[in-house]
Design a protein around this ligand. Structure first.
Ligand SMILES: Nc1nc2c(ncn2[C@@H]2O[C@H](COP(=O)(O)OP(=O)(O)O)[C@@H](O)[C@H]2O)c(=O)[nH]1
Ligand SMILES: [Mg+2]
Length: 718
């Protein structure tokens, strides 16, 4: 294989909704480019892109796959991304290491909620977008409706380059209004016949051609002048205008294909090779300290590793982009993140599971290597002396979390290590050891994303694990004033224990004034504050401790012990063992014993008095509540709403956004468990959601009862 130079390489992220046909399109491009000599299909589980057993098991792409094809002297690199929102991290990562997004749209459905979402990410990273309307051979394909949906979703910068003469099983030709030719395929697809536009299509073709000329001219003043003078542009001038429009996101061209029948593929690749920007024309990446790294072959070598994976029959593979300089087989490089040496024993051009060894690779290209010692996703490799780090890839926040447990407790340590390795492999698997919940939590983009983690643990690490529902970080608080006395007394042989504490507890809020008199048990209790201490709690809220002991009923030296006892109960609330918050405690009386009083006695007295008072003080459980937004097609809205209501959601609003509905709601975290799967099944994968913490709210009484009973049962067991 030849060594491609910087002006012969282009990089694409292949994105779009699940089922649009990205993997099939990739297969067709590789086949037409001669990189593979047999075309596999997703249904036969033999594409080069979906080659992990887990992908065959699920029937769709789970990992982003690096591929390339060669066409008319250019090397086109692709990253075929999983389409479902569950694996959005893969697509978002791919957008950051490629230069142009090729967004595949299923012509049966047009723009979908998932396409909208990816489009927002292309915006975030300022990437050019090309739409590929696929499946035009399908009986249900509707070109006009699909095109209209693209305009509704993405605006009037969406411009047709081609249109089909007919769709459905008769699809075999399209008119290209840039070339002003008719492209026609035999039943087997592949190489088209290029013909003159028939008379009955001329008028429509001219009209669309003029729209395209105008759209192309608008991106450059000189072109615009030329256009105004001449009334038209040459094909080269149009290409130049479209090229500029792409870079500035002023123009989003639409192509037409049938990936399955390999129609429109060669023309699409020709356009990709000729018109889309080179790496060097896109914004220059910068290191963490802001140093620009221009894409130049005659500069020092810098590689960015964007993916590490453990592959069937191969072990650990690192995928990288050459940001600058060039690499040769056997080069010694320096891992800046780890401060260690690495040797490139081999360099590969990758087409999914097919790999071709190359001797050299230059700036702008994407490749893979094996047998690195310490290098993982997000690491920077440079030639000796290079000491700057590229910023890590940015990913959307995780949306799904679950607790994980090894089936055999003896595997716990191994599990911890394996999980850390998994995170290095895929940084969107986020591992958390929760001291509060006493659980290991794994966060991911969706349920399937996490099931894939489980699959990897079981198949690659031979660790059997279970996912269990994560505990909810409830909080406990009180709603009214209460008081309690508690005497701790123990006389068993030697030294005894004695401590007695009287306390008042009440709900605390910021700026709460001091109450001077409390009345209970038919008595007035006057408060004279000797000391106030405020404790901000690491889990939110406060504990305020007021010492109002008169006449030395308890010596000051025992106060820290009382405080400690109270804090123990704050950390393990009396209702369910959850953290307590927002409480003011007034210790106003008590008793000591000259010999038997000691710290432990007062700690226990403080703790038990607090626990007793707490139960009398209208105790309440608080639960975390999230702001949830759901985007869906309008026909799914009713079902989604009624599902949300079943989750104790409070609907905050509904609005239409670019042809879709957006529902906003507040939903308790407990009820969001498994939501990504439920939403996907209600909507047939055509909705997506986001959630972020909105604070704590009171748990409804019947649910509080259930939780209390469940906690009591566990306490009895112990
Ligand atoms: N009729 C038709 N079906 C297609 C076409 N492209 C893909 N498909 C089918 O659509 C399904 C999803 O394709 P796949 O490539 O896995 O989509 P991806 O999720 O975007 O990668 C598969 O059953 C394909 O056979 C096409 O051009 N025409
Ligand atoms: Mg796929």
């Amino acid at each position: 294989m030849k060594v491609y130079q910087g002006n012969e390489i282009k990089n694409f992220a292949l994105v779009g909704n699940s089922g649009a046909g990205k993997t099939t399109l990739a297969e067709a491009m590789l086949f037409e480019g001669g990189v593979i000599n047999r075309r596999g299909t997703v249904d036969n589980q033999n594409t080069v892109s979906d080659y992990f057993p887990v992908e065959h098991e699920y029937g769709y792409s789970v990992f982003s796959t690096v591929l390339y094809t060669e066409w008319l002297g250019k090397k086109l690199n692709f990253i075929d991304c999983p389409g479902s929102d569950d694996f959005i991290g893969g697509a978002v990562g791919a957008l950051q290491v490629t230069d142009t997004a090729l967004m595949v749209i299923n012509a049966q459905s047009g723009a979908e909620v998932g396409s909208e979402n990816i489009f927002r990410h292309t915006q975030e990273f300022s990437k050019p977008v090309i739409f590929v309307l696929n499946q035009l051979d399908h009986e249900k394909a509707d070109y006009d409706v699909s095109l209209e949906s693209l305009r509704t979703s993405f605006g009037n910068k969406v411009v047709q380059i081609q249109y089909p003469i007919t769709t459905g099983s008769g699809f075999n030709a399209l008119i290209d209004v840039l070339k002003m030719k008719l492209y026609k395929w035999p039943e087997t697809g592949g190489a088209p016949e290029i013909l003159e536009i028939p008379d009955n299509e001329k008028e429509k073709a001219e009209e669309l051609h003029n729209i395209l000329v105008e759209a192309a001219a608008e991106n450059d003043e000189q072109l615009l002048e030329l256009y105004l003078e001449e009334g038209s542009l040459t094909e080269d001038q149009m290409r130049e205008g479209i090229h500029k429009g792409l870079i500035h996101r002023d123009l989003f061209p639409v192509f037409c294909v049938s990936a399955k029948k390999s129609m429109g593929i060669r023309r699409l690749m020709e356009f990709l090779g000729n018109v889309v920007p080179f790496v060097s024309e896109m914004p220059t990446p910068t290191t963490e300290d802001g140093t620009k790294i221009p894409c130049e072959t005659n500069a020092s070598t810098i590689l960015f590793v964007f993916k590490t994976s453990v592959e069937p029959h191969l072990g650990e593979v690192n995928y990288f982009k050459v940001l600058s300089g060039k690499i040769k087989e056997g080069d010694d490089l320096y891992n800046v993140n780890r401060g260690s040496k690495e040797r490139l024993s081999a360099i590969y051009c990758v087409a999914g599971q097919n790999r071709t060894k190359v001797s050299e690779m230059v700036a702008g290209d994407i490749g893979a290597t094996v047998k690195l010692k310490e290098t993982k996703t997000n690491h920077t490799l440079g030639s000796k002396g290079f000491d700057k780090i590229m910023p890590p890839l940015r990913y959307p926040n995780s949306k799904y979390r679950t607790a994980i447990k090894s089936v055999n407790e003896s595997d716990d340590e191994k599990l911890g290590e394996a999980l850390n390795r998994m995170h290095e492999e895929d940084p969107t698997w986020i591992i958390e050891y929760s001291k509060e919940l006493k659980q290991i939590l794994v966060n991911g983009q969706g349920e399937f994303h996490l099931r894939t983690l489980k699959w990897r643990l079981e198949h690659n690490e031979k660790l059997m694990v279970n996912f269990i529902e994560p505990k909810i970080p409830y909080r406990e608080t009180i709603t009214k004033i209460a008081h309690a006395d508690y005497r701790h007394k123990k006389q068993s042989g030697g030294a005894g224990q004695f401590g007695e504490v009287h306390m008042i507890i009440e709900p605390y809020y910021e700026g709460m004034p001091i109450t001077e008199m409390y009345k209970f048990d038919g008595q007035e209790h006057k408060i004279s504050v000797r000391d106030t201490e405020e404790f901000p709690l690491s889990w939110g809220g406060k504990l305020v401790f007021i010492n109002s002991i008169v006449g030395g009923a308890i010596e000051a030296r025992f106060l820290p012990a009382i405080m400690k006892g109270i804090m123990e109960k704050m950390e393990e609330g009396p209702l369910t063992g959850s953290y307590a918050r927002d409480i003011r405690v007034i210790v106003y009386d008590g008793k000591m014993h000259p010999v038997d009083s000691n710290e432990i006695s007062f700690r226990l007295a403080g703790r038990n008095a607090f626990s007793k008072a707490f139960k009398e003080a209208g105790p309440k459980l608080l639960e975390p509540v999230y702001d949830v937004s759901v985007w869906c097609p309008s026909e799914k809205m009713g079902d989604i709403m009624s599902d949300l209501q079943g989750r104790r959601a409070m609907i905050m609003g509904m609005e239409s956004e670019k042809g879709f509905e957006k529902i906003s709601a507040k939903v308790p975290l407990k009820e969001m468990h498994g939501y990504s799967t439920a939403l996907s099944s209600i909507s047939g994968g055509r909705a997506r959601y986001e959630m972020k913490s909105s604070g704590y709210e009171k748990v409804p009484p019947e649910i509080q009862d259930q939780l209390l009973k469940a906690y009591e049962a566990t306490q009895k067991e112990e």
